[in-house]
Design a protein around this ligand. Structure first.
Ligand SMILES: Cc1ncc(COP(=O)(O)O)c(C=O)c1O
Length: 386
């Protein structure tokens, strides 16, 4: 057994990342400024999007993207219950009503047919989530958005490297929202990015991210002379400071080797877990690139003498950190009580939610770490097989 606990989603930071952060600390300007601008430019070029705005989180990105579309109170946004609460919370914060559509039981991805069933005269937008880094069926989702004249905002928190038919996740509709949270493939500790093809939306999001001020603080305090600002709209405090931006910027140049490393671990896991009482993630869909953000097993509970939560405890007892992505949102108290959801309203999400376990998949995993995860999973699933 390992002697050191394996942290789930540990960041993979190198000396060069820390040096980049220290250089910003030493520069005298640690707030939002040139590094945030550089991150935006690099991200826009990478994702091939005309505009990118760095923000303090993906939650902020989702909130501002939805709030800036002009959705009125009581109007509906269709999303998935198999997501982090931030996705639906952002809809609520923007004054809209989250409407869930059921998912594919094996991938956990929102199903276009289920989206269509939930469209009403009040529907204004669709918000798909590329869960684990696997692209949603964007062709069908874009077709629905066009047919019913709906906005389309993508939650790309897991999907920096995701491609669908050669295009980057986040570029299929009005906005794509990314996360640089600690466990993500690129981290700024906290941070996010919104990309959009619309100039006006980009301007509005940028202004809203800093109190609704006409110029950002960086421009106010730069060496180009003092400039007054004016509050032109009611905004928020969602800007990304340079110390955070530079950390993400520094990792962007390693996206490809980090992705390759996670892919190699993924393939090792796939081989090791073939003949056990669990399902490995389905193969990636043709003409897509899976970002390989989360490796999730679906436990075959009918063939096991333990529940999913007991399985998690067994992994922890073997010093392996793991996660659950996610307990379906319609099961959570706030959503259950506010929107009167029953567990069976979304049977596929419920089934997925009961069985899913995410194993460690950071690019920083050593071969020994991966071998330890494999050994622990094999041991538990063999021991508790009926
Ligand atoms: C699917 C999904 N959406 C949104 C978010 C929110 O991201 P952030 O923590 O950057 O606000 C997360 C973060 O964990 C996420 O996993």
């Amino acid at each position: 057994m390992r002697d050191r606990f394996l942290i789930f989603g540990a960041p993979h930071l190198l000396e060069e990342d820390l040096e980049a952060v220290m250089a910003v600390f030493r520069s005298g300007w640690i707030g939002t400024g040139p590094q945030a601008q550089a991150l935006e430019a690099r991200f826009a070029a990478y994702a091939q999007s005309p505009y990118a705005i760095a923000l303090s989180s993906c939650t902020a990105a989702l909130h501002l993207a939805i709030a800036s579309l002009g959705i009125r109170p009581g109007e509906e946004v269709i999303t998935t219950p198999m997501t982090f609460c931030a996705t639906a919370n952002a809809i609520v914060h923007a004054g809209a009503v989250p409407v869930f559509a059921d998912v594919d039981p094996l991938t956990g991805l929102i199903l276009p047919d289920e989206i269509e069933k939930r469209i009403t005269p009040k529907t204004r937008a669709i918000l798909p989530v590329h869960l684990a880094g696997r692209s949603c069926a964007m062709e069908a989702i874009v077709a629905l958005a066009e047919q019913y004249r709906l906005f389309l905002v993508e939650d790309c928190a897991h999907a920096i490297e995701t491609l669908y038919h050669g295009r980057h996740a986040g570029t299929f509709g009005d906005a794509g929202c990314f996360s640089f949270y600690v466990t993500k493939n690129v981290t700024a500790i906290e941070g996010g990015m919104v990309i959009t093809p619309h100039e006006k939306l980009a301007e509005q999001i940028k202004t809203s991210a800093l109190h609704g001020m006409s110029r950002d603080a960086w421009a106010r305090f730069s060496d180009r002379g003092y400039k007054h600002y004016e509050v032109v709209s009611l905004g928020y405090k969602y800007n990304l400071p340079d110390v955070h931006a530079v950390l993400a910027l520094s990792q962007l140049s390693r996206l490809e080797p980090n992705w390759q490393r996670r892919k190699a671990v993924w393939e090792q896991y796939d081989r090791a877990f073939q003949d056990l009482p669990c399902l490995i993630p389905p193969a990636k869909e043709p003409e897509t690139r899976h970002a390989r953000h989360l490796y999730t097993l679906l436990l075959d509970l009918e063939a096991l003498r333990i529940t999913r939560d007991e399985f998690l405890q067994e992994l922890y007892a073997r010093k392996i950190g793991c996660g659950v992505h996610y307990l379906a949102l319609h099961l959570h108290k706030y959503y259950r009580e506010t929107y009167h959801f029953q567990p069976q309203d979304y049977p596929n999400a419920l089934w997925h939610s009961d069985r899913t376990v995410s194993l460690p998949l950071s690019s920083g995993l050593t071969d020994q770490d991966a071998a330890d995860v494999i050994e622990a999973v094999l041991e538990i699933l063999t021991q508790y097989k009926k």
